[in-house]
Design a protein around this ligand. Structure first.
Ligand code: COA
Ligand code: MG
Length: 290
């Protein structure tokens, strides 16, 4: 998944608009973008939308966090509709994913859905404890589909005045959270997904920031506005040149009987190059599959 567009679950207009946005996934939000008084209506709207919108983008639901007391009601309302997955905010460690997985198992059984169907993407840096435990997600659940991060809630938690400096660069705490997410996702062998970019009218800054994410290892990004979706899809779709180069590397290894190292046009390629080429081809294939 390259692009994951947030859509507040209590907005019929945005839900409908999200379907035509070109996003690989929609994250139907029951958490921060929905007021407490609207949670019940939002749950109902989310379930109806998921039931009626099958066959388009992958549909994830962001539930309220495990400490909110709202998570089980969120799950009870939506799991029967069969979302592709759940986004878990304010995850404190891999243990929270394991706890969510147990609850999903119960809700899936109640809804007559096969055990393990619903995937999980946790937001792993919204609490200080979460940032420090980023390494704890590997092996927690076969449901794990990716890891993502958030800067806004973390800044509120630690009392930081802002997340970026005067030049628009993240300050150290947020750089650390960002890098921890990339490493944690790769350690858990799932997709590292970059966070939202709140200033949705600044297209140049968004493009720059998204390219930096792709350069550093993210394979997709969350969006808050439909205008951000085509930018994300473009940046995270491997280029024709990169795909051709990766194919040449894979073919050269295969043709040579899969050795440790090969030479192509006077350049050395060894196993890490092969791994990188295979990963790129997998992403190119996924991008072409939709
Ligand atoms: N999903 C689907 N449609 C969206 C959308 C989204 N996330 N954000 C905006 N739109 C729609 C608007 O409804 C509007 O539709 P219209 O042309 O039919 O009137 C159109 O896109 C243009 O929107 P625009 O006027 O540029 O923005 P806005 O002021 O209506 O909305 C936000 C700005 C930030 C409130 C809105 O983008 C939003 O709700 N984003 C998601 C917020 C969220 O989920 N946050 C939680 C995660 S951080
Ligand atoms: Mg939040």
């Amino acid at each position: 998944m390259r692009s994951l567009l947030f859509v507040p679950a209590d907005s019929e207009k945005k839900l409908a608009k999200g379907l035509g946005s070109g996003a690989d996934a929609l994250i139907i939000d029951l958490e921060d973008s929905v007021a407490l008084a609207n949670k019940e209506a939002a749950r109902r709207m989310a379930a109806e939308f998921i039931t009626s919108a099958k066959g388009g983008p992958a549909l994830y639901v962001r539930v309220n966090d495990l400490a909110s007391g709202l998570t089980d009601d969120d799950l009870a309302a939506v799991i029967g509709a069969g979302p592709a997955g759940i986004m878990l905010p304010k995850s404190n460690s891999g243990e929270d994913v394991a706890r969510l997985a147990v609850r999903l198992r119960v809700h899936e059984a109640e809804a007559g859905i096969a055990d393990g169907t619903t995937r999980i993407i946790p937001i792993v840096t919204e609490t200080p404890a979460g940032v420090l435990a980023a390494g704890s997600y590997a092996g927690t659940s076969s449901r794990l589909a990716g890891l993502t991060w958030g800067a806004e809630d973390l800044s509120a938690e630690i009392g930081a005045a802002s997340t970026r400096d005067e030049d628009g660069r993240y300050t150290d705490v947020f750089r650390f959270a960002r890098v921890s997410t990339i490493l944690a996702a790769c350690a858990a062998e799932v997709a590292p997904i970059d966070t939202v970019f709140p200033n949705f009218r600044d297209e140049a800054a968004f493009l720059r920031d998204t390219r930096e994410g792709a350069r550093d290892g993210f394979t997709g990004r969350m969006a808050i506005h439909p205008a951000q979706v085509p930018v994300i899809n473009e940046v995270f779709t491997p280029s024709v040149e990169a795909t051709a180069e990766a194919r040449a590397v894979v073919e050269a290894f295969a043709a040579a009987g899969n050795p440790g190292v090969v030479a192509i046009d006077g350049k050395m390629y060894d196993r890490p190059h092969l791994k990188r080429a295979e990963r790129l081809l997998a992403r190119a294939k996924a991008a072409g599959d939709r």
